[in-house]
Design a protein around this ligand. Sequence first.
Ligand SMILES: NC(=O)c1ccc[n+]([C@@H]2O[C@H](COP(=O)([O-])OP(=O)(O)OC[C@H]3O[C@@H](n4cnc5c(N)ncnc54)[C@H](O)[C@@H]3O)[C@@H](O)[C@H]2O)c1
Ligand SMILES: O=C(O)C1=N[C@H](C(=O)O)CCC1
Length: 269
Amino acid sequence: MSDLPGIVVTGASGRMGQMLIKTVVESDKARLVGAVEREGHDWVGRDVGEAMGSVALGVTVTDEPLEAFSKAQAVIDFTAPAATLQFAKLAAQARAVHVIGTTGMSDEDIAQLEPCGRHAVIVRAGNMSLGVNLLTLLTQKVAAALDEDFDIEVIEYHHRHKVDAPSGTALMLGEAAAAGRGVALNDVADRGRDGITGARKRGDIGFTAIRGGDIIGEHDVMFAADGEQIVLRHKATDRSLFAKGALKAALWGQDQKPGEYDMLDVLGL
Ligand SMILES: NC(=O)c1ccc[n+]([C@@H]2O[C@H](COP(=O)([O-])OP(=O)(O)OC[C@H]3O[C@@H](n4cnc5c(N)ncnc54)[C@H](O)[C@@H]3O)[C@@H](O)[C@H]2O)c1
Ligand SMILES: O=C(O)C1=N[C@H](C(=O)O)CCC1
């Protein structure tokens, strides 16, 4: 039996779930020990490789997360907020590193992770890519250098299936811009304009969400003043980017003390 860290992937049939399974199986630094789907899903009870239309991997998809987590060193979880909250408690119980890529979590949801982080390592980020995490630092720097003559707008573009807005990445970038300005994002965020909105309020950080086709994920941070604009942009062209970042976080988490971390910690940025 290999002593490589054992990984469970939740939401195994999802866009990210399948990409994560492929990434773990192809890695020589980890092994796949479990695949979890929701109760009633037609993949439950099937070999996950075969369910993905490929060769058998010897891992049967289960709807019993605790049983799967107890055999693992890490859980990689890109699912939905309610599932992630349940998985956080179970990963803490199993003392497994919990890598959370799920977005759309409310402030109340995020607060519920705190007790879990006392027992296990949690790494959570709305975007696991090096490029976006670097972009948060650049955004903070540019926002700090410019005054409120520059309106800040975060524009995000995603595929037609995405269910949450603004994207987790857009919120990370908004937080970074707010930090650069020395304000709390919740005090200045302008989300979802419609109708007679009135003119833009000075100092607001706006969010625009575009949904269509198969766009993997694109983000612009626009600083717009009279006579000039600066646009910082990240474009993801392959979902494996997020899966590779998540696996990196799961491995990094093996050597950390219980607590809540983000990708800046993992990447040492
Ligand atoms: N942080 C990042 O880098 C990053 C990158 C891409 C996507 N995401 C986020 O990951 C999440 C998933 O995205 P997706 O495109 O793969 O969505 P998806 O809808 O394709 O997959 C979600 C999967 O979760 C499963 N699921 C839901 N509830 C479950 C439960 N209780 N138990 C087990 N499985 C459950 C669903 O059945 C589905 O297979 C979204 O929140 C998305 O925004 C984050
Ligand atoms: O496909 C998605 O959904 C993505 N979600 C993340 C977000 O909300 O920012 C990262 C990009 C892809």
